[in-house]
Design a protein around this ligand. Structure first.
Ligand SMILES: Cc1ncc(COP(=O)(O)O)c(C=O)c1O
Length: 370
């Protein structure tokens, strides 16, 4: 099943391939807040449909001011985009033909964007023996001649946070060696005590922090992300190279509305506080799974049963070629296509309680002697 696309959330592709009804699939493969988009945003969009009739401000002043207030930094440090993905490609554009170090396993779009810009990519493999967490050995991999390092905390797909002290040591070493450091914090909003590097950017002008609002606020179809950096020159370059109006008017409105929605923030924290523990413990009850402690809204694990395609097993009989559709209909993310992993590794989103129970019940069918 691993050939079915690079990302989670591609329910349509799986459904088409397997002859399943896409609407009947429960998607555990995309890490999206199951509370859905904030009701305050839904109301705001419906009441401002007229915004579609005008061009948005090409400089997105209001969006940048709003995000700057949120992070207590100057608006000039922020550049919003059509999801963090677009900004990954913008950053890669600054790095044409440069040498970049990527940690494996990691989010696929860094590699894709950098390859597109003819960068030389070097891999820094994380190992299961270290729980896929980088440590101080990473510092010695930072050497003169390297142009950029991409990090992701918490990492996707492993869910592991980088120790804040290590992150600062890496930022210092990058500053010494004039290496650009991109730190992807796409899932940081899910972590109540999460330490962002944004607070340290004044000291580290070669650091670029990426943030996504599509996961926490459940708007992957609306799309909004941003990059934060105190590097005036690089930010000017990034702005200069962007096509105008890539953020639609409703996504721009979203920045205005949802960052103030404290009810949504609290509801999300309550849901995740309960369900993260529930699903982790439930998964750990299966001896066939090795489950890593999650930091955010998704859980990474390895299946110890040799040769079992757990993604196919949870989709149901149609997926494993035993006949008609109508199996379990649960889509989990196979991590087989991540460099550094193989078909034994999976990632699941933490969803609402009923769906999480369904996943555990389905696993109990796959592993009856769990
Ligand atoms: C680590 C990481 N960074 C960035 C993104 C891009 O997010 P978006 O473009 O939806 O803002 C994703 C999406 O899955 C991700 O997992």
């Amino acid at each position: 099943m691993t050939e079915l696309g690079q990302h989670g959330g591609n329910v349509l592709e799986i459904a088409l391939k397997l002859g399943l009804d896409a609407a009947a699939i429960v998607d555990f493969s995309a890490n999206i807040n199951p509370l859905g988009m904030p009701p305050s945003l839904k109301r705001a969009i419906i009441s401002r449909l007229d915004l579609a009739e005008c061009y948005p401000d090409p400089l997105y002043r209001r969006v940048h001011e709003r995000l700057a207030a949120h992070h207590r930094c100057p608006a000039s440090w922020i550049l919003a985009g059509n999801g963090a993905t677009e900004l990954i490609f913008d950053l890669a554009n600054l790095l044409r033909q440069k040498t970049v170090l990527l940690l494996t396993p990691g989010f696929a779009e860094y590699r894709r964007a950098l390859q597109w810009m003819d960068c030389r990519i070097e891999d820094y493999p994380l190992s299961e023996a270290d729980d896929f967490r980088p440590d101080r050995r990473l510092l010695s991999a930072l050497r003169p001649g390297l142009d950029c390092l991409f990090l992701c905390t918490p990492n996707n797909p492993t869910g592991q946070l980088i120790e804040p002290e290590l992150l600062l040591a890496v930022a210092r070493r990058c500053r010494e060696l004039d290496i650009m450091l991109v730190v992807d914090e796409a899932f940081m909003d899910f972590i109540p005590a999460g330490v962002s590097l944004i607070g340290s950017l004044m000291r580290f002008p070669r650091v670029f922090v990426l943030r996504s609002l599509t996961k926490f606020y459940a708007i992957p179809g609306l799309r909004l992300g941003y990059v934060v950096s105190s590097n005036a020159e690089a930010m000017a370059q990034l702005r200069l190279r962007r096509p105008p109006w890539t953020i639609n008017a409703f996504a721009a409105l979203a920045a205005d509305v949802m960052l103030d929605d404290d009810d949504y923030l609290q509801a999300t924290r309550r849901w995740l506080g309960q369900e993260q523990a529930f699903l982790t413990q439930g998964l750990r009850a299966f001896a066939q799974l090795r489950v890593w402690r999650p930091a955010a809204n998704y859980i990474f694990f390895r299946c110890r049963q040799p040769g079992l395609d757990l993604q196919a097993a949870l989709l149901g009989p149609a997926a494993v070629g035993h006949g008609a559709a109508g199996g379990m209909g649960l889509l989990i993310r196979s991590c087989a296509n991540y460099p550094g992993l193989n078909a034994d590794y999976y990632r699941v989103a933490i969803k609402g309680h009923e769906d999480n129970q369904r996943l555990l019940a389905a696993l109990a069918q796959v592993f009856p002697h769990g």
